[in-house]
Structure formats: C-alpha cells, structure tokens
Design a binder for this molecule. Structure first.
Ligand code: C2E
Ligand code: MG
Ligand code: MG
Length: 473
C-alpha cells in the first residue's frame, strides 16, 4: 500500500512535469506559428505603403482569372507609373520621394472599389486588378479618375509638389488569357501613355505591338548608323546681343537615315540614351565639333567658342573627363574654345559628383552652360555653388516675351539673377525682331535663334564666317 501510494505520487509528479513541458512547448509553437504568420503577411506587403507587393500579385491575378473564366467574366488590369518620379527623387531627395509614394498610395486606395486589388510593384509602379469589370468603359473611367486625382498638388513641407501618372490598361480575355500576357500588354499600353505626353491612360491594342516592332527596328537602325557613321553636325550661330557679331556656335547632331531623310535629334536622342548608344555617338559629336572648330580657327577665322550638348548618360560615364581631355589633345583645340551644355536635371541628379566634375572642367578651362534653363527642377542655391559660366534661357520663355507678361517677367528675372551671380545669359530661340529688342532691353549677353540663322551645314557655316570675317581684312 505504502509502495503503491509512493508510486502513484511519483507518477503524478512525472505526469505534471510532462504536462508542464507540453504546455510550454505548445506556447512556444503558438508563438512560432504567429510569428510565421506575421512574417508571411509582412513579407507580402510593401513596408513603405502597406500595399500588397509584387509577390501577391501573381497569385491574386491568376486566381481572379480562373474565377472569371468559370463565369465568363472580364478582368481589367491597370498598370500605373508615375511620370518623372526619378527626377523628383533625385532633386528633392529620397525622403520626399518616399513620402510622395505614400501619398500616392493613399489616393489610389480612395479611388478603387472594395473588391479591387491594389499592389505596389516596386519603385513608382502600381497595379490595380478589377475583378468584376462589366465593360471596358468601367476600366477607362477608373483610369481617368486615377489620372485626375494623382495630378492634384501634394502639399509637402508647406510647398506644393506636382506629379502625374501614366496608366496602361489590358483586359481579360480579349488582350490576353494569362497573367503574364495581360501584364506585358498593360505595360505596353502604359508606355504608349508616356509617349502620348504622359498624364493620361491608354488601352492596349494591336497597334501598340506595331509601335514596339517599329521601336525595335529603329533601335537596330540606330545601332548600325553609329557603326556606319551616318551622322553629321549642323552649327547654329550664337550672336553677341550688343555687337551683333558671331561669338560662337552650337553643334547639333543630325542623322542621315538613307535616301533623303534627315532625322531630327528629338526623334533619336531619347532612344540613343535608353540604349546607351549615346555614349559612342556623343563622343563622335564632341570630337567632330572640336575638329571642325579647330579647322575654322586654322583657316584664319577668329577663335569662336563651340557648344556641345552632353546627355545624362554621358555625364554618368566614369571616363567622361578623360574623353574630353583626349579629344582636346587629339584635335588641338584650346579648352577655352569649348563649352559643354548640360540640362538642369543632369546637374541636379547627383550634386556632389556634379560639383567634382564641373570643378575639373573649370580647371581644364572648359566652360559649362545650363541648357533649357527654367524647364527643369533646380535649386537656385546650386547655381551659386556650382562652377557654371552661362545660363541658356529656354526658348519656350523667349518665344513668349512679346505676348506673355509672365514669360517677359521670367526672362527679365533670370537675366538679372544670372548677372548678379556673374553668369552670362544666352537667350535661345529668338525668332523675331521684337523678341531680340526685348532680349536687348533686359541685357541678355548672347542670343541664338532662327531670327539670325537656323542651324547650318559645315559648308554654309563656313560661308557665313567668310561673310562676317573676310579673311585678310
Ligand atoms: P538644344 O540643345 O536646346 O538645342 C536648341 C534647339 O532649338 C535645336 O533643335 C535648334 O535647332 C532649335 N532652335 C534654335 N533656334 C530656334 C528658334 O528660333 N526657334 C525654334 N523653334 N527652334 C530653335 P534641334 O537641333 O532639333 O535639337 C533639339 C535638341 O536635341 C537639343 O536642344 C538638344 O537637347 C538635343 N541635341 C541636339 N544635338 C545633340 C547632341 O549632339 N547631343 C545631345 N546629347 N543632344 C543633342
Ligand atoms: Mg543645347
Ligand atoms: Mg536648349
């Protein structure tokens, strides 16, 4: 009896121990489970906006398509990309960029219905899945609402910021029967919205494919054109406002694309930038322009300054300075006869790197001009810090000086500001005598435009020089 009691007591104690251990293991497992769950949900949401991320998208879309297939319904996919967001990020900083993305996400949530799914695909790309689309007009109406809503100003730190979006729409089953094709087609439509001036939406259709094929063909032709040197330069005179003498010229590239067709840079520079072909092309432009300027100087014309446009892609090249130095050395052109034209967005993209490069250029004796001034985002404080020599006021302002009081005020203010910072001012796009009179009245230093001359071939520019600077006089 005694033994049996003892045995019972020790069995009971052992059972209690096992039970305690089991309970604590159960608690551990529950904790692990809830952590795993949290991680599973957390790993599928974007930490910045709290929206679903790319990983959820595929499953949700696939499931939505299967359901729609069963009841023969329609599903619309809206792919949205912010316009020029990169520029905002680079110029106003990533923190502002992030806050803007959160604000955009909030507006998108307000726009969509309860059954719709909203994902952030990454960067400034969002996707909306509309599971119960009755007809294409539903999707278009939502896209219109999204475009309009996002275009309203965002208030950040007391100032207004503007960003727009381009949206591409594809619809199941007409534009694709699986997730991959639908996404690809929505993306093509979104690019078409960008091509159509941004801040709009486009529906996918077959012609987009035709456009993509055209783009690929163009890229191939451009690639071959770089190899075959099908490019040539034209030169537009830059004229001193006071003396009416030619003081320099801007080199502008043209593409002789077989037979008689000349392609303008606006049609191929963006593609050349995207594909990286701008790097060899840009070096060719720089070399040819410097060679030609040296040739004019050797022919006995006064030393004029040649301006060469540099694209963002070239500015990011690690060996840009080496290239410029070797071009000057090879062609024998003095650095003081070369000006590099950069746009505001290029110089604002990476201010620290820009200052270092501009300082090197200054040390070499090459001048730097800011092209299309007034059309980009730039901080006026940088104008003071960057070693810049010239501001080129964009032709869109110069064009309006005689009719638009706002344009006139901008040109006057930019000229005054530039002069206070001891920068020179070039007015671009002067087409009329009245515009020139205005430019003179607000003391711009140099002008360029059709009023004096359109860009000229080497032969015509040489003739112009001969007329203006008769050799031997
Ligand atoms: P940009 O550097 O601002 O060049 C001035 C543009 O304005 C030229 O157009 C010129 O022909 C045009 N223009 C000049 N005066 C007038 C005028 O009075 N009225 C009007 N309406 N237009 C005028 P273009 O040659 O078509 O070049 C367009 C842009 O392409 C250039 O703008 C520049 O950003 C880019 N570009 C041209 N050549 C090169 C190049 O070699 N490299 C790079 N990266 N970009 C280039
Ligand atoms: Mg230019
Ligand atoms: Mg310009």
């Amino acid at each position: 009896m005694f033994r049996s009691n003892k045995w019972r007591q020790s069995s009971f104690a052992a059972l209690q121990r096992v039970s305690r251990r089991l309970q604590s293991r159960i608690a551990e497992l529950e904790k692990e489970n809830s952590e795993l769950k949290e991680r599973a949900v957390g790993s599928c949401t974007d930490p910045l906006t709290g929206l679903f991320d790319r990983r959820v998208l595929h499953d949700v879309l696939q499931q939505t398509l299967e359901t729609a297939q069963n009841y023969q319904g329609m599903v619309a996919v809206l792919l949205l990309d912010l316009d020029r967001f990169k520029l905002i990020n680079e110029t106003l900083g990533h923190k502002t960029g992030d806050r803007l993305l959160v604000a955009v996400a909030r507006r998108l949530i307000e726009c969509i219905g309860q059954q719709d799914t909203l994902c952030r695909l990454g960067g400034d790309e969002f996707l909306v899945i509309l599971p119960n689309t009755q007809n294409i007009d539903d999707a278009s109406a939502l896209a219109r609402m999204i475009v309009d809503e996002l275009a309203q100003p965002y208030c950040m730190d007391g100032f207004e910021l503007f960003v727009t979006a381009s949206v591409g729409i594809s619809v199941f089953p007409s534009d694709g029967e699986d997730a991959e094709v639908l996404l690809k087609n929505a993306e093509s439509a979104m690019y078409r919205a960008k091509d159509h001036g941004k801040n709009n939406f486009q529906l996918y259709n077959e012609t987009i494919n035709a456009n993509l094929i055209w783009r690929l063909a163009m890229e191939n032709r451009l690639r071959r054109a770089v190899e075959n040197e099908e490019f040539f330069l034209v030169y537009q005179p830059q004229v001193d406002v006071k003396t009416a003498q030619i003081v320099g010229m801007e080199a502008l590239v043209r593409w002789h694309n077989g037979e008689d067709s000349i392609v303008s840079p606006a049609d191929f520079i963006p593609l050349a930038e995207e594909t990286g072909l701008i790097v060899p092309l840009g070096e060719w432009v720089l070399r040819t322009a410097c060679q030609q300027n040296k040739a004019w100087q050797q022919a006995g014309f006064p030393s004029l300054r040649i301006s060469v446009n540099l694209s963002a892609r070239q500015f990011q090249e690690a060996d840009l300075l080496v290239t410029i130095r070797s071009v000057l050395q090879d062609t024998g052109l003095a650095a003081s006869s070369l000006t590099i034209e950069l746009t505001e967005s290029i110089i604002m993209a990476n201010p620290a790197q820009t200052i270092a490069i501009l300082n090197e250029l200054k040390a070499m004796g090459v001048q730097v001009s800011i092209d299309d001034f007034g059309t980009g985002y730039s901080s006026l404080a940088y104008l003071k810090r960057f070693p810049i020599d010239t501001l080129k006021i964009d032709k869109s302002f110069v064009n309006g000086v005689t009719e638009d009081a706002g344009d006139a005020a901008i040109v006057t203010a930019v000229a005054q500001m530039a002069h206070s910072l001891t920068l020179k001012v070039v007015a671009e796009g002067v087409e009329l005598a009245e515009q020139l009179a205005f430019i003179q009245s607000c003391c711009c230093d140099v002008y360029q435009g059709y009023y004096y001359s359109k860009p000229l071939t080497t032969k015509s520019f040489t003739e112009l020089l001969e007329k203006n600077f008769p050799i031997g006089t």
